[in-house]
Design a binder for this molecule. Sequence first.
Ligand code: PBG
Length: 337
Amino acid sequence: MVAITRNAIQTGKFTRTRRTRSTETLRSLVRETRLDPAQFIYPMFVTHGTNVRTPIDSMPGQYQLSLDQMEREARELREVGVRAVLLFGLPADKDPEGTEAYAPDGIVQMAVRELKRVDPDLVVIVDVCLCEYTDHGHCGLLTPTGEVDNDPSLTLLSRMAVTCAEAGADIIAPSDMMDGRIGAIREALDEAGFESLPIMAYSAKYASGFYGPFREAAGSTPQFGDRRGYQMDPANAREARREVQADTEEWADITMVKPALAYLDVIRDVRDHTDLPLAAYNVSGEYAMVKAAAGNNWIEERRIVLEILTAIARAGASIIITYHAKDAARWIREDRA
Ligand code: PBG
């Protein structure tokens, strides 16, 4: 006679958890986290010109796109069930004040108009920041000694938010990390009559090496110094709560942790301390690593991507900004069918 061990999880040779793993239908029944294409936001880089589809070397499968490509993108996104995009503009000219960022006919404002024209239901979100538009590549204005000048930058960021709202944007997403920007932008939007337009704040945005490929894609590498003076130190987690708290007090509607993968603990911690919808940004470097390894057949891309996105959702993000959005949405639908 074999003695039967009885404890919280084990009787005989099967643990309780293993009994629910034997078939896919059982696994699906007890699954705690499910991905849905409706929770994805797809980032896009828009540029001047016609018929432009310039591949971004370090981000295989991603492109700099001209306005005439928006219709095709909107169609592809609709087909796979991704219903939100995040826009980054590549201006014709850069200057110290980032003028095109807040020009009513700037590239990003025109892209908003075009996307809303071809697909009025698509949620069009604009990344509000000056770094793609300034010749020095910093996220705000500079003082004569080269420091980022917080308060004057707020005026320009607010102007960018309002011009994007006028173009028809559905959500404003400030990523600049200036102090007080959420409140300043909220006030400017309200004054301009956009009281109902939500703000998605890049609240806990870390000074990360994982943004490398994005800076190639958007041509926004700082020409001197780095962003450590205004983005968060990767070593800090409690500070993320304070950033989220500050943005919440300034009336952010959605909050964000960025990057995602090396910061899953921060996502979990923020989730446990706020009731706002929480987004996580699966950034360019995270995408580039997966694509590079998959391109060498070192990993299985489909499996790894879905595992990564599931982990981000499991950590507590209900919204995921990801360059994998189209592929992942297709795979999720195939798995469901
Ligand atoms: C700033 C901004 C950046 C990203 C999104 N918004 C770059 C930065 O802070 O240097 C990075 C996104 C990514 O790496 O995918 N406008």
